[in-house]
Every structure is written in structure tokens, then in C-alpha cells.
Design a protein around this ligand. Structure first.
Ligand code: SF4
Length: 590
């Protein structure tokens, strides 16, 4: 019997890993060493269903399994329909979170033969046994239990068994546990087992060693509350630092379990933490069975900040009892804690959650099909939801993608407004076509200039432009986002370092940075200490660090003349400069 397991990802990315299918395939290969061939196939949302169907049918499957999530439900059902059209005899089943949330809806689709709600590894083995014996699988409501795998150690690892060879993926999803001890009403996880089941540390170490050997660069850790058991979290962090320190880890953590030692251990690995804040209002969170003590939250985040750990928050707008004003207060609280990024989502009323069960009582109007977004509530009108959406969008563009975290406080201080007010004003400026790279830096400079000029602060407008230019280009260089300059083909030609950019400043950028580093943050004072002196400075990468070259107009003109390749200058002074620039690596020879 041939089984094809289909995964459909949002887009190509380092998270596009068919882990769920891999887990099923590993369990099946263990249970059926003979007589069953399993094959995994990955698609992306942008692919046409007919094209996907052809690729699936090339595997000559007897049975096809679909891994269904909110975002791929419609496309996978379309694919199922296409498969049945081309090969009516193929048996198609569906599993995954969307099926678990509301099995009868997917089971009712004409192209789906049966569904596997809940954790699939045990059930898929039972079902394949039945199919091999020519028997019918159980239908919705006939399963005796929820399919929960009590002992995760009984599940074979898709990595250690070779089902998912790690070297095939730029990043991997790494599952550490299942179940969540919390009961947030909006989350489907809270309806599953509240007993946290964990994969044994010995297995995790073996997987990590394999990832390290395979050269995996990124791991997205699947554990909704990684640090709930603080001791285990610390053990795992030490293991990560010891076995695979080069890997970048993304972890979801709860703020209330962070202590100083843990913050230090996070700082010892290359990681980014995602922390679910959702709202800073204890009363709003209490209505969805979450708890927050804002002062305690801020104190623990400070531990991360002081240890130099990268962290970001999630916020939700539209929670029951929340309002646009309440959301803005939460936004202000979140940005005041200087997250590296802030991900803001509209409330989704997901099928199968307690929130969906209570939606009518709470007066929630929401979309009845994916993505199940809240339309309005008694305290959050449809207009307020739209407004919050604009604010979320502009915050993402300006703060997250514009990497504003190092200088955002400085701007707010000089504008004398808070973060919420800032993004409220900016929400009207959200461009139709979102700028990227150098255009994004220019947009940030422009909107800040307009804000400062509206307050009659032209000096601050100029200083803000310089600050944004320095940090923006420095980050873009480090992330290798700028298009490299040309390298001449003919040998012996001099050329400017390709990973460099001439950037225009209104003041000497070195003097400006020095004052900022000294803690002089009032732009009026900075403007007095650093006089206006327009210049073009070269920002470039030197041994992995961003360096700044401020040159005389003559030196600058010569460097810029190297765009198409050049020669050593005749002039003695310039020739000396040329030699120094070659030694520094600012100028190179082809
Ligand atoms: S939101 Fe997080 S903490 Fe709350 S139930 Fe879901 S997984 Fe658990």
C-alpha cells in the first residue's frame, strides 16, 4: 500500500518543515516495516491545486493524508477535490489542528473519506491496519478516546530515523513537549491535555547532536511554555550551549518564570524569545483566563534586557472587554519594555476554543471561516478594529521591519509623545506599497521629519534623519540587505568595498554617536554640541562589524570615482590615502 502525506506551507521559509507528516511517517515505518510505503510531499499556498494533484498522483498513492491548518484548509480541500476527480478510487483522510477543532466540518466534505482528530501517530497506525484488512476506519464520534499519546518516548523521532534528514532544511521545528497547563480561552491548546508531556532529554540531546553535525542553522522550538518547568528549561539551555552553540533558537516563554539565572542562560545561546503578553490589562486578561501582574512582568523582562537577550511580544486587539483605548495602553506598555519586535494580531475566534463556545454570550461577531477574525464586540466596534489594524500595520513597518528599537525611545523623548500616540498619528501615513531596504529608511526619515516640523523643531528633524540613517544602514549592512556594489572584471583595478554605502549626514556622524553614547539625548543639546556640518560618510563592514569612514571632500570624490574601477592616484596626498584605504579594506584591487 502506498501512502502519501501532504503538507502545505504558507511560503518557502525556514519554518516550512513537514514535522507533523514526519512524525506520522516515522510511527508508520516503525509499525509497518513491510507492506506500506510512505512518502512526504510539500506544497506552498501559491501553488495551483491541479498542479499539486498531478504531483501527488505521480507517487501512485492508494491513500493520501492531508495535514490541515487554518491557513491551508481551503487549498487542501480543493486539492482533495482535484485528487478525487483525477483518481476517484484514492482514499483521502485529513488530520491536524483544523480537523481536531471541528472534525465534523472537514469530515462532511465530499472528497474526504475520513478524519483523524487529535494527535495522529497512534490513530494513523490503527487506521492503516484497518485499511490493509479491507475494513472501514472509524468515523467522527466513534473514536473511544482523544488520541493523546501519553508517553512521548514511545514515538520514534523523524530526525533520528532518517524520515526528515536535517541537512535538507535550512531550519527545523524541534518539538520538546505537548500539552499546556494554562487555559487561555482563545487558544485551542487549552482544550487539549493540560498535563504537559515531554520528550525525554536523552532523545532531545541525540537530536540536537544530529542537528549540529548536519549544520542546521535555525531551530524553532515547539513548546508553548518552554520555561514552565524552570529546572528542565535550564538543563536544556545548558545542553543547547554545549552541543549546538552556533544554532539560532526561537523559543516561546512565559515571563513569570524568568529568573536571573535563566536570563543568563538565555544570553549564553544565540536565541530570540517570543513572549505572549496579549494585553497589559489584568481585567481584560482575566476574562480569557489569563493572568498578568504588569509590574512583575516588567521586572522579569528587565532581567532579559540587562542580560542582552533578544525578545519580542505578542499582543492581541479585540479581546472581550478590551477597547481601542485599552489596546493603545497595552501597546504603550509593550513598547516601553523595548522589545526587539512586537507582533500584533486581531483576535481570532477559533473553532473548538472556549471563546468560540462563549462568543454569543460575549456578543462577539466574527468570521465563520478562516481566519475567524473578530469583526466587532460590544466594546470594540468594527471601526475600532479597522483602526487597530492600521496601527498594528504601521507599527510592524516602522518598528519591526524598520528596526527602530535602538533609537525609538530617543525619538519619543524628543517628540514628547508616547508610543501609542506616535503610532496613532502614523496610522494615517501607512503607505499603500510598503517600502523595503533603503526606501524604508527614507520613509522613516520623512515621517519623522514631518512630525518634528509640525512641532516647529527643524533641528530635531535633521538630527532624527541622521540617527535613522546611521542605525538603518548599519543594520541593513549587517543583515546583508543592501545590493553590493560592482566589482570590475579586469585585473588590477581599484574599486570601492562592495559592502559599503555612502550615506549623507547633516552633522559629523562620529561626533553625533559619541554624544548619544554619552547619554546626551535632548536633541536641542545635541544640536548645540555637534554643529551642523553636512557630509557624506562611508558605512562598511570591517571584520563583521559596521565601520564608519568620514573623509575630506577630495577623498570622498576620489572614492566615489571608483564606482567603475580606478587606478592609484598620482597626487601624493591622495596616493597615501589610497594606500591606507587599501590596508583598511575600504578600497580593494581586482
Ligand atoms: S496561549 Fe499559550 S499559554 Fe495559553 S493555552 Fe495557549 S499555549 Fe497555553
Amino acid at each position: 500500500m502506498n501512502l502519501t502525506l501532504v503538507s502545505m506551507h504558507i511560503e518557502p521559509s525556514s519554518r516550512a518543515v513537514p514535522l507533523a507528516s514526519g512524525m506520522l511517517a516515522a510511527a508508520l515505518r516503525q509499525a509497518f516495516p513491510l507492506g506500506l510505503t510512505t512518502c512526504l510531499i510539500d506544497f506552498f499556498l501559491m501553488q495551483e491545486s491541479a498542479e499539486c494533484a498531478e504531483l501527488v498522483l505521480e507517487q501512485a498513492p492508494d491513500v493520501v493524508g492531508l495535514s490541515v491548518y487554518t491557513w491551508n484548509r481551503d487549498k487542501l480541500l480543493e486539492l482533495a477535490g482535484a485528487l478525487k476527480t483525477f483518481q476517484p478510487g484514492v482514499v483521502i483522510f485529513a488530520g491536524g489542528p483544523e480537523v481536531t477543532a471541528d472534525p465534523s466540518v472537514i469530515a462532511g466534505h465530499p472528497a474526504i473519506d475520513f478524519v483523524l482528530p487529535g494527535e495522529g501517530e497512534r490513530r494513523v497506525v490503527e487506521v492503516l491496519h484497518l485499511l490493509q484488512q479491507g475494513e472501514e476506519p472509524l468515523q467522527v464520534g466513534e473514536w473511544p478516546d482523544a488520541g493523546t499519546v501519553e508517553d512521548l518516548a514511545s514515538l520514534p523521532s523523524p530526525f533520528l530515523t532518517g524520515v526528515l534528514p536535517p541537512e535538507r532544511y535550512p531550519g527545523l521545528l524541534w518539538e520538546l513537549s505537548r500539552g499546556c497547563p494554562f487555559h487561555c480561552d482563545f487558544c485551542f491548546e487549552s482544550r487539549g491535555s493540560d498535563r504537559v508531556r515531554r520528550f525525554p532529554e536523552q532523545r532531545l540531546r541525540a537530536e540536537l547532536e544530529l542537528f549540529a553535525t548536519a549544520g542546521v542553522q535555525q531551530l524553532f522550538v515547539l513548546d508553548p511554555t518552554f520555561n514552565f518547568d524552570a529546572q528542565r528549561a535550564k538543563n536544556l539551555l545548558r545542553m543547547m550551549a554545549q552541543v549546538a552553540p552556533h544554532i539560532h533558537y526561537t523559543l516561546e516563554v512565559r515571563a513569570e518564570f524568568i529568573d536571573e539565572e535563566m536570563a543568563g542562560l538565555f544570553a549564553d545561546i544565540n536565541c530570540a524569545l517570543q513572549i505572549g503578553l496579549q494585553s497589559a490589562d489584568p481585567a481584560v486578561l482575566a476574562r480569557v483566563h489569563r493572568h498578568i501582574d504588569p509590574a512583575d512582568f516588567a521586572e522579569r523582562i528587565l532581567l532579559l534586557h540587562e542580560a542582552g537577550v533578544v525578545y519580542g511580544f505578542d499582543l492581541i486587539y479585540g479581546l472581550p472587554g478590551d477597547s481601542l483605548q485599552g489596546f493603545l495602553s497595552s501597546l504603550d506598555f509593550a513598547l516601553g519594555l523595548r522589545p526587539n519586535h512586537l507582533d500584533i494580531f486581531p483576535l481570532a475566534v477559533l473553532p473548538g476554543t472556549r471563546l468560540a463556545d462563549n462568543a454569543r454570550n460575549l456578543g462577539l461577531e466574527y468570521q465563520t471561516c478562516p481566519p475567524y477574525r473578530l469583526v466587532s464586540s460590544p466594546t470594540f466596534s468594527a471601526g475600532d478594529m479597522a483602526r487597530a489594524g492600521y496601527i498594528a500595520g504601521v507599527c510592524d513597518l516602522f518598528y519591526n521591519r524598520g528596526r527602530a528599537v535602538p533609537w525609538f525611545d530617543l525619538i519619543l523623548e524628543n517628540l514628547e509623545i508616547n508610543a501609542a500616540r506616535f503610532f496613532e498619528r502614523l496610522a494615517d501615513e501607512l503607505p499603500e506599497e510598503e517600502p523595503v531596504g533603503e526606501a524604508l529608511i527614507a520613509w522613516q526619515q520623512q515621517v519623522l521629519r514631518e512630525m518634528f516640523l509640525s512641532q516647529d523643531k527643524p533641528l530635531a528633524a535633521d538630527l532624527a534623519a541622521d540617527v535613522v540613517a546611521w542605525f538603518g544602514f548599519a543594520a541593513a549592512l549587517q543583515c546583508q540587505e543592501l545590493v553590493p556594489g560592482p566589482v570590475p572584471d579586469d585585473p588590477g583595478r581599484l574599486y570601492l568595498i562592495p559592502e559599503g554605502r555612502f550615506v549623507r549626514f547633516g552633522r559629523d556622524p562620529e561626533a553625533l554617536l559619541e554624544k548619544l553614547e554619552m547619554g546626551v539625548t535632548d536633541f536641542d543639546v545635541v544640536a548645540m554640541l555637534v554643529p551642523e556640518q553636512p557630509c557624506e560618510a562611508l558605512l562598511y563592514l570591517h571584520q563583521g562589524e559596521v565601520a564608519l569612514g568620514v573623509f575630506t571632500p577630495r577623498e570622498c570624490a576620489w572614492l566615489q570615482s571608483l564606482a567603475d574601477g580606478g587606478c592609484r592616484p598620482q597626487d601624493d596626498a591622495l596616493a597615501e590615502f589610497c594606500d591606507a584605504a587599501l590596508a583598511e579594506g575600504v578600497v580593494r584591487k581586482s
